[in-house]
Design a protein around this ligand. Structure first.
Ligand SMILES: [Fe+2]
Ligand SMILES: [Fe+2]
Length: 287
């Protein structure tokens, strides 16, 4: 595939990326360490969720910086779908973060504010070009897409989470797969530098993993909570076990560094269809 390929948009004039205005029931009580009674894993999930509202706001901003350069009407439509989906992700993670804090006392919104401040400071410093910031969005879109694919293929991973969080992450995972090629196509049409993309991927992955770990530990530090051996064992299994995230995403992550990488080189439509059958109410909440 060459640099100008827009595999998703070339086949259709009408975007298949439909934002869903999903609704959750926030009147359900949950335990403090709501993921499998595991403080470490609960903190990891909370830290991940706290990244999304400010992170996805930045994804949208970085794409909007190039939107006017896009002439392809199908990709223009896909950008609208992307912005709609990421907009609802932001909104719902914000709501769920508030809900988690209210029910558990874990300071999820304080973490969210930290991420927001860090991104604000980064943009204000002006150290990165629009092309670098868009490249970072492309990289994080690959990471969220492969995590979404892992989650949908190993749905039992979400089982220990309360219903709201389970529905939230599976819905989010589906939409990450639906719009996985948009940032990449915008980047290839407007910037097209694959070497830059690979360099940014290394830095972005490092920043994402370290940031997530730091926030996970910060949340536990605020609680003065020392993880138990059971918590550590559960975390090892979550990462490296049969259905573990690191074990699963290792291979798809590295496809990003191939010369002909395109997000649409893999097809997850069967997983999306299966989710729609399992969650018809969420699936039909399209605008
Ligand atoms: Fe998202
Ligand atoms: Fe996304």
């Amino acid at each position: 595939m060459d640099g100008n390929n827009t595999a998703n948009s070339a086949t259709s004039e009408i975007s298949k990326i439909l934002p869903r205005n999903v609704q959750f029931d926030f009147n359900i009580d949950i335990k403090k360490y709501w993921y499998d009674d595991n403080a470490l894993m609960t903190a990891w999930m909370c830290a991940l969720s706290s990244m999304f509202p400010p992170g996805e706001k930045e994804f949208i901003r970085s794409i909007r910086a190039f939107e006017k350069q896009i002439q392809d009407p199908a990709l223009q439509q896909d950008i609208k779908g992307f912005i709609g989906q990421e907009g609802f992700h932001q909104l719902n993670h914000k709501r769920v973060n508030r809900y988690l804090e209210e029910k558990t006392g874990l300071r999820v919104t304080a973490l969210e504010q930290q991420v927001s401040d860090n991104i604000g400071d980064m943009l204000a410093a002006g150290d990165f070009s629009d092309a670098q910031l868009l490249a970072s969005t492309v990289c994080l879109e690959h990471i969220t897409a492969i995590m979404g694919e892992w989650m949908l293929r190993n749905k039992e991973i979400a089982d220990p989470a309360p219903a709201i969080f389970r529905e939230l992450i599976l819905w989010h995972g589906v939409e990450e797969l639906e719009h996985k090629s948009v940032a990449f196509d915008v980047y290839m049409q407007c910037v097209g530098d694959r070497k830059l993309l690979r360099r940014v991927m290394v830095a972005t992955t490092f920043g994402f993993c370290i940031g997530l770990l730091r926030m996970q530990l910060q949340l536990l530090w605020w609680e003065r909570k020392l993880p138990s051996l059971r918590d550590l064992w559960g975390t090892l299994k979550f990462n490296f076990g049969k259905h573990g995230v690191i074990r699963h995403v290792f291979k798809p992550y590295f496809t990003f560094f191939k010369k002909d990488f395109h997000p649409d080189n893999t097809d997850e439509s069967a997983l999306i269809a299966e989710w729609a059958r399992n969650y018809p109410e969420l699936a039909s909440a399209t605008k």
